[in-house]
Design a protein around this ligand. Structure first.
Ligand SMILES: [Zn+2]
Length: 149
């Protein structure tokens, strides 16, 4: 349910695990999820009121479906400082490293390297990241939507 938020938080550098493998509204699965969050020292983000209630202080209830509004709530609670860091894979949560030249040249869809352009590599997904239009766009949305208030 919070897939977009999960990707955005990873773009911001936060160690974020997705609970998409768990079934919603299933009490036993909720218990496992809460145990896992607690065991790994994670804050549980959920749109499920009952799950948030059971999570107590270790959970945050998100009521708005809009991802920018969700980020605003997390900023207000002090859980995050919204800024684009691009140091974590948005797909698998692995920390990125600087990409080697051959990784950049072999990647499809990669823009031509220009001075000052930085490339990063996820060793797990073998996916190339760069500070391009997507990152810039997200950074602009963060500035306009979250940091304004
Ligand atoms: Zn990855």
């Amino acid at each position: 349910m919070l897939g977009t938020l999960c990707r955005y938080l990873r773009f911001m550098g936060y160690d974020t695990e997705s609970a998409s493998g768990y079934r919603e509204g299933n009490t036993r699965e909720d218990t496992l999820l809460l145990k896992r969050a607690q065991g790994e020292g994670r804050v549980l983000l959920t749109m499920d009121r009952e799950l948030a209630r059971r999570g107590g202080e270790g959970a945050i209830l998100l009521e708005d479906r809009d991802v920018m509004e969700q980020l605003r709530v997390l900023t207000r609670t002090g859980l995050i400082v919204p800024a684009l860091r691009l140091n974590r894979c948005s797909l698998c949560n692995t920390l990125l490293r600087a990409a080697r030249e051959d990784e950049v040249s072999r990647a499809r869809h990669a823009p031509r390297s220009t001075p000052g352009m930085e490339f990063f590599w996820c060793p797990r997904c073998r996916k190339l990241y760069w500070q391009g239009s997507h990152g810039k766009d997200l950074e602009k949305r963060i500035k306009e939507n979250i940091l304004k208030d």
